[in-house]
Ligand binder design. Structure first.
Ligand SMILES: [Zn+2]
Length: 317
């Protein structure tokens, strides 16, 4: 059985896993990141990769998922607001250190590749992942290949506008992005937006900053009127984004991951008919919407999958 190292690099920690070629994580090493300067982060990445390589014995390569706009051919981080980096040579730095093939891609694209290869996308060729968390991450697979785009910008599904005139302000500066409306954060905003209609709501008893998407989801499942009103608006916006993805790429499967997706059938039963109602003509009824299965492991499994596949691009590295 072959192994590869899958690295999940985030703004607060880095984790490196030994992943076997059936998509299983064998062992994992993690380190917190405090100093986000490039040299300090590289040192932390090298440390966890080194530990994972010792466990792996003979890994065939190293895959890294990082936030930001990544040149998947060179492995350079062209722009990452999370780290404050521009043109950071992440791939080249690691190639100097380790005598193994190194592949780098955006973290959400890596999660998409992991979910496609070993999770809810197994067996299909056209696939999309939407991870509903603080924002909406994800990616698109077309004919078995992860879509990267002309300048590595494909798959930013979270920043297509669905309510440009009456939506919430997005972190990117636009109004009514899919991410602002239908992420976990979006669900909280919907709860505040409908709050004036529910003056005696128990949801807002605690401090404003204590209201979490989990609390709203659970209250909605328990039948709380305020939470259900917020949930219905959230589901409506989620359905718009799903229908748009179906119109653009008609995937066989769209998987929904992230914290809010733990609602499972409660979410699927509500969103499927509404997404279907917004899907017209040819693609109508041809895309199934499911819950993602790999959870937080998707990023590391997908990063390792890049190494198993020999990268994501046809461009020589
Ligand atoms: Zn946006």
């Amino acid at each position: 059985m072959q192994t590869a190292i899958g690295v999940d690099l985030g703004a607060s920690h880095v984790a490196a896993a030994v992943v076997t070629d059936d998509g299983a994580i064998r062992v994992q090493h993690e380190e917190d990141l405090e100093d986000l300067r490039f040299e300090a982060v590289i040192a932390a990445v090298e440390a966890v990769v080194e530990l994972a390589l010792k466990d792996a014995g003979n890994a065939m390569g190293i895959g890294i998922g990082s936030p930001g706009n990544i040149d998947a051919a060179s492995g350079a981080v062209l722009y990452s607001p999370n780290f404050g980096w521009e043109n950071a040579p992440l791939g080249d730095s690691l190639r100097k250190k380790f005598a193994l093939p190194v592949f780098v891609a955006n973290d959400a694209r890596c999660a998409t590749l992991g979910e496609f290869t070993f999770g809810s996308g197994t067996g299909c060729k056209d696939f999309a992942l939407l991870t509903l968390g603080t924002g909406i991450g994800g990616g698109i697979v077309g004919a078995g290949n992860l879509l990267l785009g002309h300048r590595w910008g494909a798959g930013e599904i979270g920043h297509h506008q669905i309510r440009p005139t009456d939506g919430f302000i997005c972190g990117c500066g636009k109004i009514g992005c899919f991410e602002a409306q239908a992420s976990g954060t979006g669900l909280i905003r919907h709860a505040f937006a409908v709050a004036p209609s529910f003056p005696r709501s128990a949801l807002l008893d605690a401090a404003r900053d204590k209201l979490s998407s989990k609390k709203i989801r659970k209250a909605a499942q328990a039948g709380d009127a305020h939470a259900l009103a917020a949930w219905n608006n959230f589901i409506g916006d989620l359905a718009i984004g799903l229908a748009n993805v179906i119109a653009f790429v008609n995937p066989e499967t769209i998987a929904i991951g992230g914290g809010v997706s733990t609602a499972g059938d409660f979410m699927l039963d509500a969103v499927r008919p509404r997404a279907d109602a917004l899907t017209t003509m040819v693609p109508k009824g041809t895309t199934q919407i499911v819950i993602a299965t790999l959870g937080n492991d998707a990023g590391q499994v997908g990063a390792a999958t890049m190494a198993f596949r020999g990268g994501l691009t046809a461009v020589a590295v």
